[in-house]
Each structure stands twice: as C-alpha cells, then as structure tokens.
Ligand binder design. Structure first.
Ligand SMILES: [Zn+2]
Length: 386
C-alpha cells in the first residue's frame, strides 16, 4: 500500500506527497530512467544529488542481465545498485512487444528470445512479471500489458485492451501488498476514445495504488489526459509513461499529471544535446561551441555548468571522450529536477497557470523551431517505453 495525498491544487495542476518504504516523494515528480540498474553515465549518488527521489528500472533488461535471482541474492535492486531511494519498475511489456518476430503473445503471456542471446526462450506472464518486480524489491510495480503498435484497426485495439485488463486483474491478484509498496495499472485504448473510456472504467474497478497512461499519441496528449483523469480517483497518483520534453511535462502537469519518466535527458546527454531552462536544446557538437567560454546554462548548479565551458565539453564530444556523456547527462538530469522543483513551487504559490504561460512564451521566443515541432498537429506517437 502506498500513501498518496494531494496537498495543493492550482487549476488542474496538483501538488502531492507519495510515501514509499524508501522515502517520501514530492509530486509532480520526474523519474530518471535507470533501465539496467543504472542511469547511464552517472553514479547513483550523483543522481541523488540532483534532487531525484525515485528512478525507474526495467524487468526485461534486468531479467536478461544480470538475472533476477542474482539481484535478489544481492539483497534487491536498491542494495545491488547502491540506491537507497525509491524505485519504480516497468513490467517488461513494452520491450518484449518491440522484439517483433522474436516473441509470441497469447492470453497466457509472452514467450520471447532475448535480443542478446537468441537461444534462451523466456516466458513472461503477468504473474511472473509481478513476482520478478517483488524480487527486485521495487517500490512501485507496474502491471504487464500489451503495447500495441499503432495505428491499428479498432477491433485489434479492443481485443488487446481487454486482454491487458485481464492481465491487470491477474497482476493485481499476484501482487503481495505491504506498507510502502504499491502496484499501478496501465490505461490503454490507443487513439479510440470509446475504448479509452471502457479501459478506464474497467481498470478503475481494480483498486490499484495509481494509474498510468500508456500508448498516448503526442498530437492528442493533453486531450487524452483531460479525457482520462476524470475516471481516476482524485487520491491516486497519475503517471504519464515515457514522456517527454520539458514542454510536454509543463503542459501535462497543467492537465493534472503527477509522475513522469523519460529516457530523453540521459539519451540526449550521450548525444551532445543539452536541455536548457527555457525548454529548448543546445547542440554541443555545433561549430559555434568550439570557442564559447560560457557554461551550458548560466546559474545551473550542476558540475558541467559550474566547472566547465561549452568549449571544453564540445572538445570532449569531438574526441568521443566518456567524460562528455558523464557531464552532459548530469546537466540534463539536473535541468529536469530543477524544472520539477520550479513546477512544484509554482503550484504551491497557486500561480501554476502563469508559470506555464511564461514557460511556453520563453520556449517559443528562444527555440522557435523546436516550439513549432512541439505545436505541430502531426507529432508522432510515443508509446510507453524505455
Ligand atoms: Zn548544468
């Protein structure tokens, strides 16, 4: 059981407190992605120093390497990776579904061959996924669901959604409830509003500790949130899976989302893209960075900004030095944590709508091309990921 309370509202935006066995989490919260038991290129203690209180791990990756039994023998994922704060684990559904011809799926579950080793056949059922997340000692367990490739015909989406609801029931029954640990259900339904509604109604009958939105089309992101949230009880956390850029987060909070995760800050950290405070990005490989003595972002407390110049980090990327990814990942994770802090502060002040308006104006002014992409009606689909 997880205790969650909404402590303040500003419009639809919510401030909340989520209590876990590994610490309290102020929401809205961003969870850095540590798929394989590590936020790539950062030590866990450095991730914690940015203000992160919870990270995300993944059943699929940990199952293949180093193996769940080994992590359990080592005392669980917190101990194994030296992270004493909270952990949410993804059920493995999305990764397994994206294996294409390497997997077979039916009512029972999924059989798959790993992308690392074609010979071993793994069997992942809703029950097994929950047992694995228990062995990992995950604070927030996610149900196994089918992540469809969209677009798909309505009858295909419906069949898949109904099976995912049956899997959610099986997952819920398998979960062993204990204080400070909880299980979240995932709301699917593709881009069909009647199916989204049916899924919400069926899933809200199962008393999950929180609900996640999966398989959301970016071009109707905010509409989907508005459509979905009335079906979720007020005192349950709402988690938007796998999204997104800072503007998506600012917008989604405006529409009532409490929890986020996304690979972008760490992935961009390895590909020379720095997130800036106004919401846009800066390419550190660009020629103009070569002799730029300024920090990536003035006022950012991360070591990349307080100790090094754009010119130095540009040079590291040019040489493919490991330090480049380390510094820039740190910066990006810090930017996301600071964004969440500012979001929480604005909700506390009751001025979140003004904060969001100002944020979007700054994003448009400073990064018009990226802003135009964000506003484009043809933004591509983002499935729950990582
Ligand atoms: Zn920085």
């Amino acid at each position: 059981m997880l205790h969650f309370e909404v402590t303040k509202k500003s419009g639809k935006a919510r401030r909340g407190l989520l209590k876990t066995a590994h610490g309290d989490i102020e929401t809205p919260v961003f969870m850095p992605v540590g798929t394989d038991g590590t936020v790539k290129a950062m030590r866990p203690e450095d991730v914690a120093s940015t203000g992160a209180k919870i990270i995300l791990g993944n059943v699929y990756h940990l199952m293949l390497q180093p193996g769940i039994d080994l992590v359990e023998e080592m005392g669980g994922l917190h101990k194994f990776m030296n992270w004493d704060k909270a952990i949410l684990t993804d059920s493995g559904g999305f990764q397994v579904m994206s294996l294409g011809p390497l997997r077979e799926i039916d009512e029972h579950g999924v059989k798959f061959r790993s992308h690392l080793d074609n010979n071993t056949i793994y069997d992942l059922t809703p029950e097994k996924s929950i047992e694995i997340q228990h062995k990992l000692d995950s604070n927030i367990t996610m149900t196994l669901d089918e992540c469809l490739e969209l677009p798909a015909p309505k009858e295909v989406i419906e069949k898949s959604m109904l099976m995912s609801v049956r899997w959610a029931e099986r997952s819920y029954k398998t979960f062993i409830d204990r204080p400070g640990y909880g299980i979240f259900g995932i709301l699917q339904g593709g881009d069909d509003w009647t199916l989204r509604e049916e899924c919400c109604r069926l899933m809200s009958d199962i008393p999950f500790d929180g609900y996640a939105l999966g398989g959301v089309w970016l071009n109707v992101l905010f509409e989907t949130i508005d459509f979905t949230t009335p079906f979720i009880q007020e005192n349950k956390p709402r988690y938007l899976m796998g999204i997104g850029i800072p503007a998506d987060i600012v917008g989604a909070v405006l529409h009532g989302i409490d929890m986020f995760d996304c690979v972008l800050p760490s992935r961009y950290g390895r590909t020379a893209q720095a997130f800036l405070k106004h919401g846009g990005t800066l390419n550190l490989r660009k020629g103009s960075m070569k002799d730029d003595p300024r920090p990536i972002e003035e006022g950012c407390p991360c070591p990349a900004c307080t100790k090094y110049s754009r010119a130095f980090i540009h040079s590291l990327f040019k040489e493919n030095e490991i330090l480049a990814a380390m510094l820039l990942t740190w910066h990006n994770i810090q930017m996301y944590q600071d964004l969440m802090k500012n979001i929480r502060q604005a909700i506390d002040n009751g001025t979140y709508e003004d904060f969001a308006t100002e944020f979007f104006a700054g994003f448009e002014r400073n990064s018009p091309a990226e802003y135009a992409k964000f506003k484009s009606p043809n933004r591509t689909i983002i499935l729950k990921k990582s």
